[in-house]
Design a protein. Structure first.
Length: 200
């Protein structure tokens, strides 16, 4: 982890140097990440695909999260973020297939970590369920939720929703906000942007 070097920024997103990934999380320094959200249309229903983070992950194990996401290294630019999709999910997606949703600033402060990110957020609309081959060290499973359910959950209109595991096995469970990485404002913002982007 400490050998991974990222570019660092001031709060206006001006690059001010480089630090290790370990240092930026310890010191609360702004850095860049790449986020890609998969959606799937089944009939008239739009679904969001989520990854369940691996139990062995140091940060946020066993929680539902962005379909695919990762840090941009110092020698990378945004289009290089597509490597995360293939590494984590075994799905090859070109940058040209992605729909930009904008840059979102997020911040999570915990006892041992202060994570401040400029998130380059993208949307990938699947025409069928992808053939996943997940990276076991990163991801335990893939789930789907109705987009509208996600909006309702994070806007406070629902306290729990149904999530369906689609890989590696098929099963259903009820989830609430505590089953997700703790970024309520981020999810509210992203789901609304996705809803605006995919509506007819």
């Amino acid at each position: 982890m400490s050998s991974e070097v990222v570019r660092i920024f001031d709060d206006q997103m001006k690059c001010v140097g480089q630090k290790t990934r370990e240092d930026v999380h310890r010191d609360g320094v702004w850095h860049e990440t790449f986020h890609c959200w998969f959606t799937l249309l089944e009939g008239s229903e739009r679904y969001i695909l989520l990854q369940k983070r691996a139990e062995v992950k140091k940060d946020y194990p066993n929680l539902l999260d962005i379909t695919s996401a990762g840090h941009l290294m110092a020698d990378e630019r945004v289009h290089d973020g597509t490597r995360e999709i293939e590494e984590e999910l075994g799905v090859s997606v070109s940058f040209e297939e992605l729909i930009p949703l904008g840059i979102i600033k997020t911040e999570i402060k915990q006892d041992a970590m202060w994570d401040r990110e400029f998130c380059h957020v993208y949307l990938y609309n699947c025409d069928r369920m992808p053939a996943f081959t997940i990276q076991k060290e990163e991801v335990d499973a893939i789930y789907k939720i109705r987009l509208q359910d996600g909006v309702n959950l994070f806007s406070g209109n629902k306290t729990e929703i149904e999530a369906v595991e689609v890989y590696p096995v098929q099963q259903k469970k009820r989830v609430n906000k505590t089953d997700f990485v703790d970024q309520v404002d981020y999810y509210t913002d992203v789901f609304e942007r996705i809803q605006e982007t995919v509506k007819d």
